[in-house]
Ligand binder design. Structure first.
Ligand SMILES: NC(=O)c1ccc[n+]([C@@H]2O[C@H](COP(=O)([O-])OP(=O)(O)OC[C@H]3O[C@@H](n4cnc5c(N)ncnc54)[C@H](O)[C@@H]3O)[C@@H](O)[C@H]2O)c1
Length: 308
C-alpha cells in the first residue's frame, strides 16, 4: 500500500514516516523544506521536494496512485498566523484544497489531517471534548477549523474519506523551537546548555503534552480505522502546569535549572487539556508514554546530538 506523507521532513511528519515504514507500508514524502530538513528524512522513503500549493500536484498524484495521504505540511505557528494571515491562509487552506482536489481526482481512499487544539480557543469546559464549542483565538486555529470543514465536504460531496486529528502540545525528538509545543524543546535545550529558563506569567498555565511517537501511532490507527469521517482529539487528558513541567524536567535531568519570570503573553490560553475517550473507543488508540518517559527520551537524544 502506498502512502504520501506531506510535511514528512518535519518534526511530527518524520516520526509518522518512521512508524508507517516499520509497519511495512510504502512511503513517499512531499515537503518544500521550509521548516523541515533533509536530516529528518528516513532514507527508506521516497522524497519529493515540492510545495502543496504547486499547480501540477494533481499530475503527481495521478501518476503515483497513492492509496492514502497523511497531511502534516502547514504553516504551524499561532504567532506567524497573526503576523501574516495571508500566508497562513495560503498554505493551510489553499494548499489543503489543492491537495484535496488532487487526491479525489487520483482516487485516494482516505486523508488523515493534522488539526490542532487551537480550533477550540479558550474554554472553561475541561477536559475539552470534540463536541465543545469552537472559538479559535488565532488565524492558525481558524485555518485548521476551516480545513476540517473542507475535509467533511469533500467526503460528503465526493466520498473522499478523512480523519482529522486535533493534536494537543506535541513534544519529542527532532522538535524545533518554533512549533506550538515548543516550550519543552526550548526548556530542554536551555537546561542542557546551563541557561536560565524563562516562564511567562506566574507558571500556573497548563497544557496537555503528548509525546510525538504517540501522535505517530494515532495517525497509523486513523489510516485504517472503521470509524472515519470525523475529528478526534489526540492528547493525554492530563494537565501539566509550567511549574510542574520544570519540576519534572529537573528530576529527569538530575539538574535544577535557574528560572526567570517574564510578563504574561497576550493571547496565552490559561488552561488546556484534551479529553481522549473518543480516540480510545473508536480509533483504539491511547497514549503509551508518560511525560516522564517522553522527557527522558528527548533529553537523551539531545545529549547525544550535543558536540563533544
Ligand atoms: N507541534 C505541535 O505541537 C502541533 C500541535 C498541533 C498541530 N500541529 C500540526 O502538526 C503538523 C506538523 O507540525 P510540526 O510541529 O511537525 O511542524 P514542522 O514545521 O516541523 O513540520 C511541517 C513540515 O511541513 C513542511 N511544509 C510547510 N509548508 C509546506 C508547503 N507549503 N508545502 C510542502 N511542505 C510544507 C515543512 O517544511 C515541514 O517539514 C502541522 O500541520 C501542525 O499545524 C502541530
Amino acid at each position: 500500500m502506498k502512502v504520501l506523507v506531506t510535511g514528512g521532513a518535519g518534526f511530527i511528519g518524520s516520526h509518522i514516516v518512521d512508524t508507517l515504514l516499520q509497519s511495512g507500508l510504502q512511503v513517499s514524502i512531499l515537503d518544500n523544506l521550509s521548516t523541515g530538513s533533509l536530516g529528518n528524512i528516513n532514507p527508506r522513503a521516497v522524497f519529493l521536494k515540492k510545495d502543496i500549493r504547486d499547480e501540477d500536484l494533481k499530475d503527481l498524484l495521478a501518476k503515483e496512485r497513492f492509496d492514502y495521504v497523511v497531511h502534516q505540511a502547514a504553516q504551524t505557528t499561532v504567532a506567524n498566523s497573526l503576523a501574516d494571515p495571508y500566508h497562513d491562509c495560503d498554505v493551510n487552506i489553499r494548499g489543503l484544497v489543492n491537495l484535496l482536489e488532487a487526491s479525489r481526482l487520483a482516487g485516494v481512499k482516505r486523508i488523515v489531517f493534522a488539526s490542532s487544539a487551537a480550533v477550540y480557543g479558550d474554554t472553561d469546559s475541561l477536559p475539552i471534548r470534540e463536541d465543545c464549542g469552537k472559538q479559535p483565538a488565532s488565524f492558525y486555529g481558524a485555518s485548521k477549523l476551516a480545513g476540517e470543514h473542507y475535509l467533511n465536504l469533500y467526503y460528503k460531496n465526493f466520498g473522499l474519506e478523512y480523519v482529522a486529528l486535533r493534536y494537543a502540545n506535541v513534544y519529542g525528538e527532532r522538535q524545533g523551537d518554533g512549533s506550538e509545543g515548543g516550550v519543552i524543546s526550548i526548556f530542554c535545550n536551555k537546561l542542557l546548555a546551563g541557561e536560565r529558563l524563562t516562564v511567562f506569567g506566574d507558571g500556573s498555565q497548563t497544557r496537555d503534552y503528548i509525546y510525538v511517537k504517540d501522535v505517530a501511532a494515532a495517525n497509523y490507527q486513523a489510516l485504517f480505522s472503521q470509524a472515519a469521517n470525523r475529528s478526534y482529539n489526540v492528547g493525554t487528558a492530563a494537565e501539566t502546569s509550567v511549574h510542574e513541567l520544570i519540576e519534572l524536567l529537573a528530576r529527569v535531568a538530575g539538574q535544577r535549572p535557574a528560572v526567570a519570570h517574564g510578563a504574561q503573553r497576550s493571547n496565552d490560553i490559561r488552561r488546556s487539556v484534551l479529553a481522549n475517550r473518543a480516540a480510545s473507543d473508536s480509533l483504539r488508540w491511547q497514549p503509551a508514554y508518560t511525560l516522564t518517559e517522553g522527557l527522558y527520551l528527548m533529553l537523551r537524544d539531545l545529549k547525544r546530538r550535543m558536540p563533544a
